[in-house]
Design a protein around this ligand. Structure first.
Ligand code: NAX
Ligand code: K
Length: 535
């Protein structure tokens, strides 16, 4: 049995789902006032835990910031609280009161004339305590820290002036900003910036992870994100999410549970999966090596790699354990057609991964693997060739599962009619999977994986160190190896895909920690894959 914390940490909700869950809690008898006290109390405690060193950074003060006087005070005792009209503002006011009593020098920025009842009461009490309250941005004193309680998941329309320009000015201040629930101005589901948004250094996401935290376009606003668990009953979460397709954060526990470990004590190489990689060309030889090294790290029992004949000895020298299949090649050095060893055909393999470094001259071979009845991963030029064939119609005819691993550009070529993947990546990947009946992994800062039934998995952390040539080839090999090993097990393929994506990101994170974000070339990445499991 997973513990509560593990279960809660996997859940991702939309604004509507979050409101429905809260409504159930209130309907069951929890007073709104009590919940606000509880939530804001937890935030206030977290603020008090912030080490003073975090607030003592030597910030450079922009010369065009007229209302900023002096430099941040040591200890971070001056806190500015930004208060909006709804309960996000109410939370912020409770935090203001608590910090006031803990000895912080607190001021409040409350630019709205109409507040929700509870928020208004808290503002009145704060005023009675003598906490200074300002309506305009020009009046604001210095602070060492800002707490953003302008808007939470209740924001529905674009921000306009004067609040929009106030937010732009607040973003210029050389102090950390801690956002409550989500940075004010972000759409809770798409992560889109509604006019403008607070650029938080930290965000305390309340209760359950909101979808915005996993949309690439939100990431530079969210800063470091942290979930504040305020004991939402799992029964209420289940009741609201039961009929909706799941959106799940991949946690280490779920990813590790899908790995083919431990191996059965009695086994043999063919029982541990036979993967066929089809990759490389005279022009892109390295892609084949990296894909092979990714597959090696998966632990796959048997690895065959089909490459153009002229690459054979190169591949043998890098991957001595693999069976390298040299194939006839085109004039341009692409694989012309598959030439498998005697008594072998495509049905001999548990999975096929095809694409890295092929060039578009390898079209016949992509057609051949699409026609096979084997689980198939298409990547890179495999995807470009598929796009030329017409992705949706071609994929629907397949007899076995297909996994596509596009980045945004490839995705748009494959699915030109699916709404812009930059606007709402999660919705886009979900729609493409439904239309094509394939499992789709959309690469990005937060990689998202969808199955045809509408369920989505999100890799919750990664590193920009992975934005580098060859890094995708490593993923294709790793995924292929895991898929081949899963052939005889009853793990859903989409779970395997999610596990591979998580593993790949973790290797990048560990490598970047040791070697900086500049030190994670694709070959180095392959050397860190096993470290993820052995750490
Ligand atoms: N009920 C509670 O005590 C709890 C409150 N929470 C907090 O409550 C928040 C949600 O509260 P609300 O539903 O009140 O919503 P918000 O506080 O997010 O804001 C909604 C308010 O902003 C106004 N508004 C929306 N768009 C606007 C725009 N473009 N320009 C100007 N005004 C705009 C709305 O009319 C409404 O008054 C959460 O994000 C969270 O911070 C929960 O986290 C925990 C429990
Ligand atoms: K906020």
């Amino acid at each position: 049995m997973q513990n509560r914390q593990e279960k809660i940490s996997q859940v991702v909700v939309t604004a509507v789902q979050m409101r429905d869950i809260e409504d159930r809690i209130f309907a069951a008898g929890m007073p709104v006032v009590a919940l606000m006290e509880k939530v804001a109390g937890l935030i206030a405690r977290r603020i008090q835990e912030i080490p003073p060193t975090l607030l003592q950074k030597a910030y450079s003060v922009p010369s065009n910031t007229p209302f900023l006087r002096g430099s941040p005070q040591a200890g971070g005792s001056r806190v500015g609280i930004l208060v909006g009209p709804g309960h996000n503002g109410g939370d912020a006011l409770v935090v203001a009161r608590e910090l006031h009593f803990r000895g912080y020098e607190v001021w409040i920025y409350s630019p709205f004339s109409k507040l929700k009842e509870l928020t208004s009461q808290h503002l009145q009490y704060a005023q009675s305590l003598g906490i200074p309250i300002y309506q305009t941005i020009e009046q604001l004193p210095d602070s060492d820290l800002l707490i953003d309680g302008l808007f939470g998941f209740g924001l529905e329309r674009n921000l306009t002036d004067p609040i929009a320009s106030a937010i732009n000015q607040l973003n210029q201040l050389p102090v950390p900003i801690y956002s409550i629930d989500l940075p004010s101005g972000l759409h809770t589901d798409t992560g889109e910036v509604l006019g403008t948004a607070i650029r938080a250094t930290h965000t305390f996401c309340l209760g359950l992870w909101k979808l915005a935290f996993f949309q690439d376009q939100a990431l530079e606003y969210v800063g470091k994100a942290e979930l504040i668990d305020f004991d939402i009953p799992l029964a209420d979460v289940k009741a609201v999410l039961k009929d909706a397709p799941r959106i799940k954060r991949i946690t280490p526990a779920t990813a590790l549970a899908n790995l083919p470990l431990p191996r059965p004590p009695v086994t043999h190489k063919y029982k541990e999966g036979h993967l066929l990689l089809i990759c490389g060309s005279r022009r892109y030889a390295g892609g084949a090596i990296l894909t092979g090294l990714g597959a090696r790290a998966s632990g796959v029992g048997m690895l065959s790699i089909a490459v153009p004949e002229s690459l054979k000895s190169l591949l043998v020298s890098h991957l001595p354990e693999a069976l390298i299949v040299g194939c006839p090649e085109t004039e341009t050095g692409a694989i012309a057609h598959l030439q498998l060893p005697e008594k072998t055909d495509l049905s001999s393999f548990d999975a096929i991964a095809c694409g890295p470094g092929l060039t578009r001259d390898a079209t016949p071979i992509v057609q051949e693997v699409i026609n096979s009845d084997r689980p198939l991963i298409l990547d890179a030029d495999g995807l470009n060739i598929l796009a030329q064939m017409g992705a949706i119609a071609t994929l629907k005819k397949r007899l076995a599962v297909t996994v596509l691993t596009p980045h945004t550009g490839e995705f748009q070529r494959l699915f030109p009619d699916v709404p812009d993947a930059k606007h709402d990546r999660v919705q886009a990947v979900r729609e493409a999977a439904a239309q094509s009946e394939a499992i789709i992994l959309l690469k990005g800062a937060r990689t998202a994986i969808a199955n045809p039934q509408g369920a989505v998995w999100i890799v919750p952390e990664s590193t920009p160190a992975l934005a580098r040539g060859g890094s995708g080839d490593v993923l294709t090999g790793l995924l292929g190896g895991l898929l081949a090993q899963a052939a005889t097990k009853e793990i859903p393929i989409e779970d395997i895909v999610a596990t591979a994506a998580w593993w790949h990101s973790q290797a990048g994170i560990i490598a970047a920690q040791e070697r900086t974000e500049l030190g994670v070339d694709a070959f180095t990445l392959t050397q860190y894959l096993i470290k993820v499991l052995s750490n």
